[in-house]
Design a protein around this ligand. Structure first.
Ligand SMILES: Cc1ncc(C[n+]2csc(CCOP(=O)(O)OP(=O)(O)O)c2C)c(N)n1
Length: 321
């Protein structure tokens, strides 16, 4: 697949935006504006960017306990997203969902999920809705290799294949393979296989594994799977190996020297510079633009009002005894 320069630059921009957003979140956590710590996505940006580049707001995604990359790449309104994380009234769930259950119908981001594997069956439901309506919408389910072992996830993969649902399953695997490449000892394996995608034939769907730190490879693999789903070809199980570099990139857009090989932003930048698609000056300008845009997002979220006290009784579906 030939990926044109404009698409490559757009993928780069999306990854910069995710990294800038998460670094902003780190800062707000430190400053006490965010009530809790939660899973960050640093190092995995290529997966969200490369997959979501094939989706429109009529397609849905289901996310995880590391939701920010997915939500940013899917095109959520960043001001309302950050306000939601900060528990503010202007958040798209009025500050009640927070990072673990942020839900933005406008962009098709239907559910970060604090329950590991919890969003996967929901995503199959969105795909079933597309199938029943006869439209060409697609649903994408992001989950980790730990989640891949959950019973509900396995049942969903089976049923999705039986019914030929327009869904793409995207497993982001911070796997033993990557850990071994890093020289880490594996003393507690969770999987008896190297590749989660090896399970695909058992469900009766195509599956493949790719380097999740190379956004161009992600884009290519996701493009095929999304197209297959759109034209009625049923589900695919994609696995992307990822290296989570959470916590190592405080306040910066770029990876430390030793992390560079795994950093999707660094990887693509190197290629863009080599191909003459980007100059150092243009790169600096893009980063400045993303940082400046983020400052506006931060000001909006931090300056937004808290929910009123009585809001606590709205949207509550169960009564106390
Ligand atoms: C049903 C359920 N079990 C356990 C947990 C606690 N928990 C939170 S994150 C996590 C690890 C999930 O691993 P994986 O799916 O591989 O995602 P990763 O953190 O590697 O991105 C666990 C066990 C939970 N949130 N939900």
């Amino acid at each position: 697949m030939v990926i044109d320069g404009e698409t490559k630059l757009s993928l780069y921009r999306t990854m910069l935006r995710i990294r800038a957003f998460e670094n902003g979140v780190r800062r707000l956590i430190k400053e006490g504006h965010l009530p809790a710590r939660f899973g960050l996505y640093t190092g995995q940006e290529a997966v969200a960017a490369g997959v979501c580049a094939h989706l429109t707001s009529d397609d849905q995604i289901g996310s995880t306990h590391r939701p920010l990359g997915h939500l940013v790449a899917k095109g959520c309104d960043l001001k309302r997203l950050l306000a939601e994380l900060c528990g503010k009234r202007t958040g798209f769930n009025r500050g009640k969902a927070g990072p673990y259950h942020a839900f933005d119908p406008a962009s098709g981001s239907l559910g970060a999920n604090g329950i590991v594997g919890g969003s996967v069956p929901m995503v199959a439901g969105y795909a079933l809705a597309h199938q029943l309506r006869g439209d060409s919408g697609v649903a994408v389910s992001f989950f980790g290799e730990g989640a891949s072992n959950q019973g509900g996830v396995q049942e969903t993969l089976n049923l999705a294949a039986c019914w030929g649902l327009p869904v793409v399953f995207v497993c982001e695997n911070s796997s033993p393979e990557v850990q071994r490449m890093l020289g880490h000892e594996i003393d507690y394996p969770q999987l008896s296989i190297e590749r989660v995608s090896d399970r695909a034939p058992a469900y009766g769907m195509p599956g493949s594994s790719h380097e999740g730190w190379d956004v161009l490879k992600v884009y290519e693999a996701a493009g095929e799977a999304v197209t297959r789903a759109r034209v009625g070809g049923g589900p695919t199980l994609l696995e992307f190996k990822v290296h989570q570099i959470e916590g190592n990139l405080e306040g910066r857009l770029e990876a430390k020297q030793e992390e560079r090989v795994w950093c999707p932003i660094h990887n693509l930048r190197r290629k863009l510079l080599a191909e003459g698609l980007l100059t150092q000056e243009e790169d600096a300008k893009m980063r400045e633009q993303e940082s400046a845009a983020l400052e506006e997002v931060v000001s909006f979220a931090v300056g937004s009002p808290e929910p009123e006290l009585l809001e606590a009784f709205r949207d509550v579906f169960a009564e106390g005894g």
